[in-house]
Design a protein around this ligand. Structure first.
Ligand SMILES: *Cc1c(COP(=O)(O)O)cnc(C)c1O
Length: 221
């Protein structure tokens, strides 16, 4: 497994306007450093405590993305430094992210996570729940967060047509929210979709951020 070569290959395959988040969950800091030394500076983790343990051991110009399910009581561990949280699924969580970000005088970019998989096991909102969050009377008071777009995970399947459908659905959700709530806000522009097995499909369906782990760092245990 050559991390530098893997990164080079993936970067050749994705358009320049699509951001690559290298998903380093479960991988040791030595391997993250290897990717960093190859010139990559954007990494993703899915556990707050794992991320907050790795953070002090690595260079400070890394842009950290949080991509996993996040409990409100864990926000404080990552709020001092995290750049983007992809997995917002409640107003309560958004309010806590805002509160913790304000303690550190920062702003944290957030994505709303949608349930797009036809299978029923994955986290995420539906449109009605998302609109409820966006219509919350206090939403405008949250000045230390910025809602920048949407995130979703497709079903783990060999059925490429199904994956196309699920990602196309997320793109429709993005367009709907953009029009209804964010038409005047250029920062609402991100569609985070695509992992090692399906990022090429995701890019065809308009992904702006892909989250790739095993294709860079090798299979996880
Ligand atoms: C683990 C994970 C990824 C990366 O998965 P790979 O298949 O290893 O590329 C992407 N997104 C989320 C939310 C993840 O938990």
């Amino acid at each position: 497994m050559n991390i530098k070569e893997n990164l080079k290959k993936i970067k050749r395959e994705i358009p320049a306007n699509v951001k690559l988040v290298a998903v380093s969950k479960t991988k040791p800091v030595e391997l993250i450093k290897e990717a960093y030394d190859a010139g990559h500076k954007i990494f993703g983790e899915n556990k707050a405590q794992e991320l907050s343990a790795k953070y002090p051991q690595l260079p400070k110009d890394i842009e950290w993305h949080f991509i996993g399910h996040l409990q409100t009581n864990k926000v404080k561990y990552i709020a001092p430094f995290v750049a983007m949280i992809h997995s917002v699924d409640s107003f309560k969580l958004l309010r806590e992210i805002n509160k913790q970000a304000s303690k550190h005088n920062r702003s944290i970019d957030c994505l709303l996570e949608f349930h797009i998989a036809e299978e029923s096991t994955k986290f995420g909102l539906n449109i009605e729940e998302a609109e409820e969050i966006l219509l919350h009377p206090d939403i405008k008071t949250l000045s230390n967060i910025r809602i920048c777009g949407v995130m979703g995970m497709a079903t783990y399947t060999d059925d490429t047509q199904q994956i196309h459908r699920e990602f196309a659905h997320l793109h429709e959700i993005f367009d709907h929210l953009k029009k209804k709530f964010f038409s005047g806000e250029p920062s609402f522009k991100e569609i985070s979709m695509g992992m090692s097995g399906d990022y090429k499909v995701a890019i065809k369906e308009g992904s702006t951020i892909v989250r790739i782990g095993s294709k860079i760092f090798g299979a996880r245990d």
